[in-house]
Design a binder for this molecule. Sequence first.
Ligand SMILES: [Mn+2]
Length: 469
Amino acid sequence: MGWSKVLIFAALLVLLAACSDDISSPVGHEFPTKLYPYEVTYDAATYRQRRDNLVQRIPSGSLILLTTNSVYLRNGDVNYDFRPSSVFYYLTGFDEPNAVAVIRETGGAPSSSQLVMFVEQRSGSSVQWLGSVYGPEGAVTYFGADSAYGSWMVGGWLKQLLASGTVGDVYANLDDNDETRAVFTQAGGDTHSVHNVDSYVDEMRIIKDDLEMRLLQRAVDVSVQAFAEGIRSIAPLKYEYEVESVFDLVLRMNGCPRTAFTTIVASGPNSTTIHYTANKRQMVSGDLVMIDFGAEYGYYAGDVTRTVPVNGTFTSEQAAVYDIVSTSLDAVLAAAKPGVSFEYLSGLNVDILIEGLLQKGVITGTKSAIISSNQYRLYIPASLGHSIGLDVHDPWSKGNYNERILRENMVLAIEPHLYLGAGDLTVSPAYRGVCARIEEDIRITSTGCEILSASLPRKRAEIEAMTNK
Ligand SMILES: [Mn+2]
């Protein structure tokens, strides 16, 4: 290395040191939610805006009570990794365990929100063993709390407030975290009506804001990169978990702490099990392997599926089934735009898939009879898709989401599939046990949709070209 290079290298080190100073907090804790080297995603204004939005949706004078996950025991003295509750995180951006948030409106027109937080405090040997936490000071400085206290104070504080006669009904994240009701009851909350706030927050979560879009795109990008490496690693005689390990490596190398859900690597006969997660079979030439994988980045979920021939070439039956699914996906993506109902897209998907099966002689009968008798559910057992976000099956999945009308900035996973059972006598023998699913993540734009996972090929010939032949 010449002197000029040494100087450039030294200058880079100084620059990196300066960057890392920018993202450190004075309380000796890493800046909130530093998810990727030198990328700061914490955005207090966005979370405040969500709280302001929420208080305008629920009756005036109400109190919103939110808790997040604890750290849960796995076995012995080993804990599961902590992951915040989604509704709590959506409204606070706070990602330490055992915290409570109380949100109230400030009054005025339009009304805005006030946030009181109760967070973990550490000192002495607990800092030595576990590291520092934000503490009440950090909750105010970085998370926009108007006031903050140690977690141990929440019971007394809440009891006093509920007894003051200034609080109307209580809205709590009851589904999001099952510890919220206990906090409420311990504070003598029986005197107040408690409602579930989750459905109000769910309506907000369905439309993604700019911060969410950035995190979702990153989660999808890492997922796509994992597929690019993972598909290359598929070969006869490899075990399913070997392929899974390649996905996991790419995930961790990209700053993602974990997958958004348990990875499915389902080869051969396992592919007929929709949620197969054991991933321990040795794959053989002639199998198809269905891989459903999603990275979690900044607590947002990617969710992508590809179906790949283990030896690099689809058989003619596998190719026929794959192409039917691929044709339907193309049609659904072309039709997805604001104003279109999810029910319409689901119907379009079923029409195309059943027509394809009939045309190829995979099944016999008439399309109308197969649909009206629900026979089609044998081959299309799952939904066409779902919303993704902080949860891989985002709130959209609750209730009758078929009635949902697509709107701009909804983000959906679209996953047409055909599952032809190994023992299904309605299916022509050569096609029994053949399953294919292809899943893309999309954002609804003002005029159509943008495929967030577009850089991962999905056409049959492209998939064949990607495999390790
Ligand atoms: Mn999915």
